[in-house]
Design a binder for this molecule. Structure first.
Ligand code: SF4
Length: 368
């Protein structure tokens, strides 16, 4: 696939008007909201807290025996409406990687991918149904933006992953340790809901799942004002910047939002994020054969990143239907890595976990 300036995709920052909305769920609400919801049901506030302890403690599917039988069903009906229907789950790597396709309210389809490693278990979640950023190498970007996911729809993907991990569905029972916002959508284009979801994920019970902010990663193509806002939220999550090209001419075509906020501005925002949060910024760079993998681009990238608190994640391009782009040849990949490391830039090549089930980066939605 080639992308000319003339057929550059349109950037869509706002979800279409009138898109279906998910019903309000416990995970949409902070403590005050939960209390208000309990009061609206004529119940004492502590009932909402009990339900929240069950939900974030992953026991909400159980008998809820500490709640009076008459109140249980009302609380469930009001605060735990079903949000995501599992359409199918496919696994590979002997079950250590599982991709689930979910049907959300109104029929929107989203995916999450659960990956078990020796030392951690990570879920990759979607923040939007579709995406309005139009990156031409990405299957999700080809379909456009359907709608924003609600806070609870995002949290539900994590809760489902945590429950499956605890039940031992990816190997021996374990605790979900990491969350990456690298599924469908541009998280910072759904800012308020994503930040609320980050608070639910990182707050201790009964307000959330109690994950460490350090083990949560939010990726972005570079919505500069939103990166600035996120830095001020007091949530030291890792920022992963999808750079994919070190020069504006190429990045304008690979990451169309670059026409709005060019490389210089997006990197300045990333360094400011790192300075405010104390977190090392991750730079994501998908290697595409003959497009962005030349030695001179490695050198330019190295010059931009040298001396910064940064980690480069090189991502071998995953095949998507209808695209002629191929992944970089092994020798070129090695040379790219060598040049970055030679300049003192910490660099790793991401594994291609999930590729067989189209659950790898840039493939979500590729197989519908
Ligand atoms: S790469 Fe990310 S931001 Fe770009 S179109 Fe795909 S999902 Fe959207």
């Amino acid at each position: 696939m080639s992308v000319q300036a003339g057929d550059r995709p349109r950037l869509v920052f706002a979800a279409p008007r009138g898109a279906p909305k998910a019903p309000t769920h416990l995970a949409d609400l902070d403590r005050e909201g939960r209390r208000a919801a309990a009061a609206a049901l004529g119940l004492p506030a502590y009932r909402a807290e009990q339900l929240a302890r069950h939900y974030y403690g992953l026991t909400h599917d159980g008998p809820l025996t500490d709640l009076p039988a008459a109140e249980r069903d009302r609380l469930r009906a009001a605060l735990l409406p079903p949000l995501l229907d599992a359409v199918r789950t496919v696994a590979c790597d002997d079950g250590a990687t599982r991709k689930t396709l979910w049907r959300a309210t109104g029929g929107a389809l989203v995916e999450s991918v659960l990956m078990r490693y020796a030392e951690r278990t990570t879920v990759c979640v979607s923040s939007q149904a579709g995406c309005g950023m139009g990156c031409p190498f990405c299957a999700t970007g080809q379909a456009g933006l359907t709608r924003n996911l609600s806070t609870a729809e995002i949290v539900e993907q994590v809760v489902a992953a945590a429950r499956d991990t605890a039940r031992g569905e990816t190997g021996a029972p374990a605790r979900l340790s990491n969350v990456v916002f690298m599924g469908m959508g541009e998280p910072l284009a759904n800012y308020a809901r994503v930040v609320a979801a980050l608070r639910r994920l990182t707050s201790p019970a009964p307000d959330g799942l109690g994950l460490s902010a350090r083990s949560v990663t939010v990726s972005t193509v570079g919505l500069v004002p939103a990166i600035g806002r996120l830095a001020r939220e007091g949530l030291p999550v890792t920022l992963a910047l999808s750079l994919h090209a070190p020069d504006d001419e190429l990045r304008d075509t690979l990451v169309p939002v670059n026409t709005r906020w060019p490389v210089r501005e997006v990197l300045a925002a990333a360094w400011a994020y790192g300075a405010t949060t104390g977190r090392r910024v991750s730079v994501e760079y998908v290697l595409i054969n003959g497009v962005n993998d030349q030695p001179e681009r490695a050198d330019l990238l190295a010059r931009l990143l040298r001396g910064r608190l940064v980690h480069v994640n090189l991502i071998p391009l995953n095949p998507t239907p209808g695209s002629d782009w191929r992944q970089t040849a092994p020798a070129s990949e090695r040379e790219f890595v060598r040049r970055l490391r030679g300049a003192g830039v910490t660099t790793t090549v991401r594994d291609t976990r999930g590729r067989e089930i189209a659950g790898a980066c840039g493939q979500l939605a590729a197989a519908g």
